[in-house]
Design a protein around this ligand. Structure first.
Ligand SMILES: Cc1cc2nc3c(=O)[nH]c(=O)nc-3n(C[C@H](O)[C@H](O)[C@H](O)COP(=O)(O)O)c2cc1C
Length: 351
């Protein structure tokens, strides 16, 4: 009896901070970072400055390659390396026409982690990434697909719920976490994304078996983020209900919904969908081309808002956690706040 009590004592006396470090140990070791917090790649926002700042603050920054050319990615990786000697990753989109050349650039720079977004890795891409010695992280939209990805050799998964900013799936983070973590957490590290605005939520997902988390929206207003002042102001003013998903207007033209702040730009998107649907009707474009036009539309609209500051007509992609963005502050302060809140939550788990 006494033995049992004394054996249990060190566990119950550990602090929230120690519990948090233990729960993040696997994710941080996988990433090579101090804390298991990934800065989710955000097109136009996740460039050298924000990525390096996240890695320098102990997290794991990820460059958003998006529609970048091979030369641009080459330059961006080199520039990020000049700003940090800590590990960072590169997010590549599976439908990029030069995917294999982009993988080559990552390999030449010795990028340790590649995040593939936009569906299953196309033929040869997984092998090329792993042959270069990099770890491959993929998004898993369903449990069945997650299992398939793990079987095919993917090293870690991100599960991202519909609360997130940018392109989204149909299921909430809380449901994905319940469906996926019990089945997958002991096979590969799983990082949870979407709607995380405070450290208490991080503690909750870690308790459920997550190896760490991925955050986007909360990093947009970092001092180091190059997002236009108008873009940051829109985030600071907005509440959760302002971050709405785009609506598909034509059943023949399946568009992946995008979560962004309500503005006139959403009507422009409706008009764009009508225009593309009409081209489909007239046989002027094939379905794949029609969908590519929609994706290019988003990239242009996001640039207009992030870089040019046109937050009325551009796309102000934001997750529902935008309501918890209240000021501009350095990345280190954002991460420190998350860690304090998570540790305090775990400290309360004594009873
Ligand atoms: C402005 C913005 C742009 C984004 N662009 C991308 C992208 O290019 N590629 C990608 O995989 N995810 C993108 N995301 C998703 C983030 O990487 C991240 O997974 C998401 O923001 C996490 O949810 P949260 O916004 O609730 O924190 C974007 C998100 C935002 C807010």
């Amino acid at each position: 009896m006494t033995d049992t009590l004394s054996a249990a004592a060190p566990v119950s006396s550990s602090t929230g901070k120690e519990r948090l470090a233990r729960r993040m140990e696997r994710g941080a070791a996988f990433l090579g970072s101090e804390v298991a917090i990934l800065g989710g790649a955000m097109s136009w926002v996740s460039e050298r400055n924000l990525v390096a700042a996240i890695s320098n603050a102990g997290g794991f920054g990820v460059i958003a390659c998006g529609a970048m050319t091979v030369e641009l990615l080459d330059r961006e990786i080199a520039a990020t390396k000049a700003l940090t000697d800590r590990p960072f990753g590169v997010n590549l989109i599976t439908m990029h026409p030069d995917l294999m050349a982009l993988i080559d650039v990552c390999a030449r720079h010795g990028v340790g982690h590649v995040v593939l977004a936009g569906g299953l890795p196309p033929k040869g891409s997984l092998e090329a990434i792993k042959a270069a010695g990099a770890k491959l992280i993929c998004f898993a939209p369903t449990l069945a697909l997650a299992k398939k990805l793990v079987r095919s050799g993917v090293d870690a998964l991100v599960i991202e719920g519909m609360e997130a900013g940018g392109h989204i799936g149909p299921v909430s983070t809380s449901v994905l976490a319940q469906e996926m973590l019990p089945e997958l957490a002991d096979q590969v590290p799983v990082f949870v994304a979407g709607g995380i605005g405070r450290g208490e939520a991080i503690a909750g997902y870690l308790d459920m078996g997550a190896a760490g988390v991925q955050l986007g929206t909360r990093f947009v207003c970092a001092t180091e983020s190059i997002a236009h002042a108008n873009f940051k102001k829109a985030f600071i003013r907005a509440s959760a209900r302002d971050a709405v998903a785009s609506v598909q207007i034509d059943p023949r033209l399946p568009v992946i919904p995008v979560r962004a702040l309500k503005n006139a730009g959403q009507e422009l998107f409706t008009a764009k969908q009508r225009e593309v649907a009409q081209s489909l009707d007239e046989g002027a474009v094939a379905m794949a081309e029609a969908q590519l036009q929609i994706e290019h539309y988003w990239a242009g609209a996001l640039r207009r808002a992030v870089i040019d500051g046109d937050i009325e007509h551009g796309s102000v992609m934001a997750g529902q956690s935008v309501g918890m963005v209240t000021r501009e502050e350095p990345v280190a302060a954002i991460i420190a706040e998350f860690m304090e809140e998570a540790a305090a939550a775990l400290d309360r788990r004594r009873g």
